[in-house]
Design a protein around this ligand. Structure first.
Ligand SMILES: Nc1ncnc2c1ncn2[C@@H]1O[C@H](COP(=O)(O)OP(=O)(O)OP(=O)(O)O)[C@@H](O)[C@H]1O
Ligand SMILES: [Mg+2]
Length: 354
């Protein structure tokens, strides 16, 4: 096992050694997202200000009720678990934490019985520490169950605090939102993803090329879980992680190809652009995959003039909308490509000869 790099502390090593203690077969099978799930808040990357606040809470205790919201795979569950572990310590953790997620029954009965019973339970904790109820994936709780929590949260707040994690905070009823501090997690930046992925590559001795890393980051769109999963799948399937292999694994259109198509549109070469589109279509990509890759590629293409870029994004946006409305044909995409070509053509080209 390679020593993890400085600053990344030893969570991975610890998880890893736990895995190898169970025998090498388990070590092999353990998904890297779990093997490298941060154990301490220090290891959670991104959202630095929010994590800094959580670290202070972990040190001083007196945690407020809180809601952490944000898109999937960016460390919400992880940071709540780290916080609980650091705040309460290993020994009290078992006694003083009740964790319920969407896989558990969380209807109104559970709120009335299990959560209430836990809130009433006596646990001896150091001063400033409270029992913790973690309600993960709270947006899938029914409104009724959330309503039932309102008074419970208030009555037992001297001894029990609540932490909710959810993807959409608007699925949490207003009354609970007003009782909680709301922390919003943003997508992770490319640099943050790269740093963590490099750390995992080093620990797992994976060969990764620069374009492989770029491909992982491009396809993950700020979702660390997806990036790590794609890294593992590519490493397991192909050995070497390069751009082509990553795009084979994630099965999305290769941005280089899409970029060539957008470039052809920019230069007004409609035949070339349509040919490339046809090739992508023949590879079996859905119109949704193609249009969303077109959007992301165009957004980050420096060689387009500012004006063209804005017009392109507008056109792609409208086509995306039509595709989402259900018109998912090649004709729809071809129309989009044709309109993109037209943007930079001179109006004289469309005048019919007299
Ligand atoms: N900020 C991060 N730093 C380090 N690793 C992360 C981070 N975010 C996610 N991961 C990795 O992704 C995995 C999943 O993260 P986590 O369970 O916290 O996601 P989540 O935000 O709760 O997503 P969901 O909304 O789907 O529940 C972790 O096991 C970890 O390996
Ligand atoms: Mg989660």
């Amino acid at each position: 096992m390679v020593q993890p790099e400085q600053g990344e502390s030893s969570s991975a090593a610890r998880n890893g050694s736990k895995a190898s203690a169970n025998g090498s077969a388990t070590n092999f099978e353990l998904p890297w997202v779990e093997k490298y799930r941060p154990v301490y808040l220090d290891d959670v990357v991104g959202n630095t200000e929010t994590i800094a606040r959580l670290k202070i809470i972990a040190k001083d205790g007196n945690m407020p009720h809180m809601i952490i919201s944000g898109m999937p795979g960016i460390g919400k569950t992880t940071s709540i678990l780290c916080l609980a572990r650091q705040m309460l310590g290993g020994a009290a953790y078992k006694e003083a934490v009740l964790e319920l997620n969407a896989s558990d029954e969380r209807g109104i009965d559970v709120v009335r019985n299990r959560i209430k019973a836990f809130a009433q339970k006596k646990v001896t904790l150091p001063p400033g520490r409270h029992k913790l109820v973690i309600l993960d994936e709270a947006d899938s709780m029914t409104a009724g169950a959330q309503q039932a929590l309102r008074r419970t949260m208030e009555i037992y707040s001297a001894t029990t605090r609540f932490a909710f994690a959810c993807n959409q905070s608007n699925k949490i009823i207003e009354a609970l939102q007003s009782r909680c501090a709301i922390l919003r997690y943003a997508r992770l930046t490319d640099a943050q993803l790269v740093r963590r992925l490099r750390h995992i590559c080093e620990a797992e001795r994976v060969d990764v090329t620069d374009d492989g890393m770029a491909a992982l980051v491009f396809s993950a769109e700020g979702d660390m879980r997806q990036a790590v999963n794609n890294l593992q799948s590519t490493a397991a399937g192909f050995g070497i992680v390069n751009g082509d292999n990553v795009f084979k694994v994630v099965d999305s259109p290769h941005p280089v190809k899409v970029q060539a198509m957008v470039r052809a549109c920019y230069e007004g070469k409609v035949e070339v652009a349509l040919e490339t589109l046809q090739e992508l279509w023949d590879l079996g990509y859905s119109s949704h995959d193609i249009i969303s890759t077109m959007f992301r590629v165009t957004k980050s293409m420096d060689s387009l003039s500012e004006h063209s870029k804005l017009e392109f994004i507008r056109e792609i946006g409208f086509t995306h909308m039509r595709i989402l409305e259900g018109v998912q044909t090649l004709l729809q995409l071809s129309g989009c490509v044709a309109r993109l070509c037209k943007i930079n053509m001179k109006p004289d080209a469309f005048v019919l000869p007299k």
